[in-house]
Write a protein that binds this ligand. Structure first.
Ligand code: H2B
Length: 98
């Protein structure tokens, strides 16, 4: 099981991910896609990355605004798996012009 990160480690990892903010046991990022369908395609690609990592974000879709939230439920907080997937979501968002 992935190790829970302490506050200092979370702060350190967040410095590499300026689009993400911490909200308690989660990190979250809002993404504005160029269109609704571009957002849906972006979500599809995030879903494939999530399956590959066996780690899954909560996803909120409102027209072309997407919110991704990550937490490691089995560890009861934030682990390296959340930050690794966050970096992948950033790369996917960038490729989709978001
Ligand atoms: N995703 C997230 N975000 N947190 C988890 O703890 C988690 C998950 N656990 N995806 C995984 C699946 C677990 O259920 C499987 C068995 O590895």
């Amino acid at each position: 099981m992935a190790d829970l990160l302490d506050d200092a480690a979370v702060t350190g990892r967040l410095k590499e991910l300026p689009n993400w903010t911490r909200d308690g046991n989660e990190i979250r990022r809002r993404v504005k896609a160029p269109s609704f369908m571009a957002g849906i395609e972006l979500v599809g690609e995030v879903a494939r990355a999530a399956e590959e990592a066996d780690h899954h974000p909560d996803i909120d879709i409102r027209w072309r605004t997407l919110t991704f939230a990550l937490s490691t439920h089995s560890a009861g907080g934030l682990t390296g798996r959340d930050f690794d997937l966050a970096a992948r979501i950033d790369a996917i968002a960038e490729r989709h012009g978001a």
